[in-house]
Structures are given as C-alpha cells and as structure tokens.
Design a protein around this ligand. Structure first.
Ligand SMILES: Cc1cc2nc3c(=O)[nH]c(=O)nc-3n(C[C@H](O)[C@H](O)[C@H](O)COP(=O)(O)OP(=O)(O)OC[C@H]3O[C@@H](n4cnc5c(N)ncnc54)[C@H](O)[C@@H]3O)c2cc1C
Length: 448
C-alpha cells in the first residue's frame, strides 16, 4: 500500500498533530501522519499554562481545548526550598486560567482535527526510513504501508525514532525518570492547583483531573527507581505519604488505578533537522524537565515554527531548516540556565546526589590547568555528542593547558559553533568523567 504525499509525519501526539494542522492552515499540502494507538493505561502531562491560549488560537485549536474534558487550572502552588506553600496564581495573569486536561482526550481531538482537515492518518507503528532514488523519502510502517514523501517530520517524543534511524545522537543531560500514578477520588485540597513539592531525593507533583481523578508523579534518577523498586505501590506510597502536602491528598478514600514509569530527562537531538528534508518537533527535538510545565506549550509553539520552516523548504528556500535547528538549540541553552536556577533554590539536601548533580556550579575554574588523563573509557552523548567530546579531547594534544587557553583552543578546533555555556559544561563533564585531569596552576591538585 503506497501513499504519495508532500509531508510524512511520524507520531500523533501534540507536536505531530500540531505540525499537520499548522501546515494545512498554511496551504493545501498532502500530508500523511503515522499514528500508533498506544495501549497505555493513561498518557502523561495534563497541566497547560494560560500562555498556551495564544498558541492554541494561532493553530486554530481553541475549540478543541474548550471541548476537551478539563478542569480550570488556577495556578501552581509549591513547597520548594522549605515546606511553606507559595502560590503562583493565574488570577493575576492577563491570559486567564490554564487547563487541567484529560490528556488522552486532548491528543485524540487534535488527531481528529487533523483528519477532518484532510490529513491522511495511517494507523500503525513506524518501522524505517529510506531515501528513494528520486530524492524522496520512503517511510515504512509495521503493517506494510509505505509513504513516499518530500519531507519527513519526527514527532515521536523522547524516542526520536526517525532521527535515531538516521543516526542522529540524542544528547542527555540527566537520567530523570518519573513514577506516574493515576488515582480515583477527588483531592480534598488543591482541586484547581498543580501542587509541586521537593523531597529528599527528588520532587513530586499532584494535579486533579476531570471525572473525580487525580495524578501524582514522583521524580528521581532512573537508578533510584530501580534500586528502591519504586514501581511497587508498597514502596512508592510511603515516599509520597512522607511529602508533607502531597501526603495529605492521599486519603483513605483515594484508590490507586495504576502506575507507569516514564522517562523525564532533559535531552535533545544533536541537530533537530537538515536541509536534506527532515526535522524533529516537540519532545523529539528537545525535551525539558517537567518541572518547567512547558512541554505541551512548547510542542504547540514548535509545531507553528516547524510548519513555517517546512513550507519554506518545500517552496525551494534554503536556510530555514538550519535556522529552525539553531532556535531549538538556543532555546535549550536558555532552558538549561533556568533549570539550574530552579534546582538551586532548594538547599535542604545539598549532599544528596540527586540535588548535588543539579546544583553544582557549572564551570571551569580560571586557575585550573587541564590535561588529557589517558582514560580509555567510552564517552556517552552528554552535553554534546560523544564525537564532539572526542574532538575536545583531541584538541588538547598531550599538553597541559590553562583554563582560558583551553577554552579558546577548543572553540577554535571545533568545526561546529556551540554557546560558551555548553562548551564549558562539556569540558566540565570531561573533568567529572575523569577524561580530563585537573591541576591547580601552583601544581597542587584540585578537589571537585
Ligand atoms: C511525568 C511527566 C509529566 C509531564 N507533565 C506535563 C505537564 O503537566 N504539562 C506540560 O505542558 N507538559 C508536561 N510534560 C511534558 C509533555 O507531556 C510533553 O512535552 C508532550 O507530551 C510532548 O508532546 P510530543 O507530541 O512532542 O510527544 P509525545 O506526547 O510523547 O507524543 C509522541 C507520539 O509519537 C508516537 N510514537 C512514538 N514512537 C512511534 C512509532 N515508532 N510509530 C508511530 N508513533 C510513534 C507516540 O505514541 C505518541 O503518540 C510531562 C512529561 C512527563 C514525562
């Protein structure tokens, strides 16, 4: 079964449907969207901030938002830094209230809007991407469908399945995971606020949902979830109950429906697209820590930006996909600085590895003298791709270099430009992983 079209999109979440809708809003392109109906108990992510209203209006999906079962969201209250609750109330914001969404219903309403707008939906799982002899892409699905298209969009979330098939590295900045739990019952307190609370080895949140349900999510590093077997309710519940505010929500009448472990890391593609005719959008391009509560709005905004870049590319203009990729990268750099700031506001558990890793000063001390340590251990994709980390090491040669000289040298040696913030973080990572050895300029050894 072969479908010919202009654009093939993989992934029927907010970003995939949003891009399809935004493209069709621009002009009557032929679009096929591969959507895998997942047999999940429930999808994650429900709080939509009021600022999303403007993006929803631009995309023409305000009606879908209005019709999706939801509760009004009045804001966020958080106990972060100490156990006192602080309120960020939307009442005082110009854009009005936010939404606590039935997420499955919202994603389905976007898929339905795309279908009604003329997008051809292929119900299957994506399996591979090949480039055809005529310069077009061939997208294949598990059920044997093939889509021949000029442009491909990867909207598969953090899996970035299409980019992975193209060999594009996914760069991870941490190992954050969440145990997400769905409950039946109506929270006695905070029925219209998302509640965020920091705890000893992570943080958690709770939010009410329509139809007398609510969710809780416990965030920590992947290794902690495994070591403490937090997928088991009898291990998870005592942890949630110990959080002073969320613990109060879990009354005897709340009934646990189910739990899921989900990846919640900060990660991005090494590059989010190419002038050869593909790009990634939403979480596939770059994924933020859910503490930001920005994921859905970012997917909506990303859809509009992606559609603009694709439209220009199809019209024969060059440079728009590269510009789109640079925006993703600079947005991610800004986000990283904010993330460092927010985690830094918690000072109760400075020695706990979860907090320490997110709070440590990120930098290269001007007094450091750096040299390759000779460590042969394989380098993962961290901060930048493993290939770039190898290039940074190679730039050192066998010499010991003072910090400022090293930064200048590395910047000059790399073919690709990175922000100073990322370059310095990458060098810092090489110090922490033991690939770069540090001495003080007076010959002493620095302890990190
Ligand atoms: C625990 C947690 C809580 C969160 N809470 C919030 C929140 O309150 N507010 C907020 O704004 N954001 C939140 N987020 C983030 C938000 O959920 C994401 O940013 C958002 O869903 C991104 O949308 P997306 O379309 O890019 O990706 P996704 O929603 O992940 O959609 C990807 C789609 O691609 C499909 N797909 C994947 N692989 C294939 C394949 N091989 N073939 C076909 N289809 C495929 C999937 O089935 C899915 O439909 C949260 C995230 C986590 C992890």
């Amino acid at each position: 079964m072969l479908t010919e079209c202009d654009v093939g999109i993989v992934g029927g979440g907010v970003a995939g449907c949003g891009t399809a809708i935004a493209l069709r809003n621009r002009r009557p392109l032929s679009i096929a969207l591969i959507h895998k109906a997942e047999a999940r108990l429930f999808p994650v992510g429900e709080t939509l901030q009021p600022q999303a209203r403007e993006l929803a209006e631009k995309l023409g999906i305000l009606e879908e938002l209005r019709r999706t079962p939801h509760l009004p969201s009045n804001g966020v209250c958080s106990a972060w830094g100490d156990s006192t609750l602080a309120y960020n109330d939307y009442l005082f914001k110009a854009s009005g209230k936010g939404w606590l969404l039935d997420r499955a219903a919202f994603d389905l309403s976007l898929l339905d809007k795309a279908r009604r707008g003329g997008v051809h939906i292929v119900e299957s799982s994506y399996s591979r991407l090949d480039s055809g002899a005529d310069g077009r892409w061939l997208l294949s699905t598990r059920n044997g469908a093939v889509i021949r298209c000029r442009f491909v969009v990867d909207a598969t979330g953090r899996r970035s399945a299409v980019a992975a098939g193209l060999g594009v590295p996914r760069i991870r900045f941490d190992e954050l995971h969440a145990v997400y739990a769905l409950w039946e019952g109506r929270p006695e307190v905070f029925p219209h606020h998302t509640l965020v609370e920091s705890v000893e080895s992570g943080w958690c949140y709770a939010a009410a949902l329509p139809a007398e349900r609510f969710v809780t999510a416990y965030f920590t590093d992947k290794a902690q979830i495994k070591a403490n077997r937090l997928t088991q309710p009898d291990r998870l519940l005592p942890l949630l109950s110990r959080a002073p505010h969320i613990g109060r929500l879990l009354s005897a009448s709340s009934k646990l429906v189910g739990t899921r472990v989900v990846v919640a890391d900060s990660s991005m593609l090494d590059f989010a697209g190419s002038e050869k005719g593909w790009l990634a959008v939403g979480d596939a391009a770059s994924a933020y820590d859910p503490l930001s509560s920005l994921g859905i709005a970012k997917a909506l905004g990303g859809s509009l930006a992606a559609a603009g870049a694709i439209d220009s590319w199809l019209g024969g203009e060059s440079g728009e996909i590269d510009a789109y990729c640079r925006n993703i990268e600079s947005g991610f750099d800004q986000y990283l600085a904010q993330r460092h700031h927010y985690y830094g506001l918690e000072s109760r558990w400075k020695k706990d590895p979860f907090w320490k890793q997110r709070q440590d000063w990120i930098g290269i001390h001007p007094d450091w003298v750096l040299q390759r340590s000779g460590l042969r251990k394989k380098i993962p994709n961290r901060i930048v791709s493993s290939e770039v980390l190898e290039q940074i090491l190679a730039a050192f040669g066998d010499e010991a270099r003072r910090a400022h000289e090293a930064v200048r040298l590395v910047r000059g040696a790399l073919q690709r430009r990175f922000s100073d913030y990322r370059l310095i973080q990458a060098m810092r990572y090489l110090v922490e992983s033991g690939h770069l050895a540090v001495q003080a300029s007076d010959g002493g050894v620095f302890g990190l």
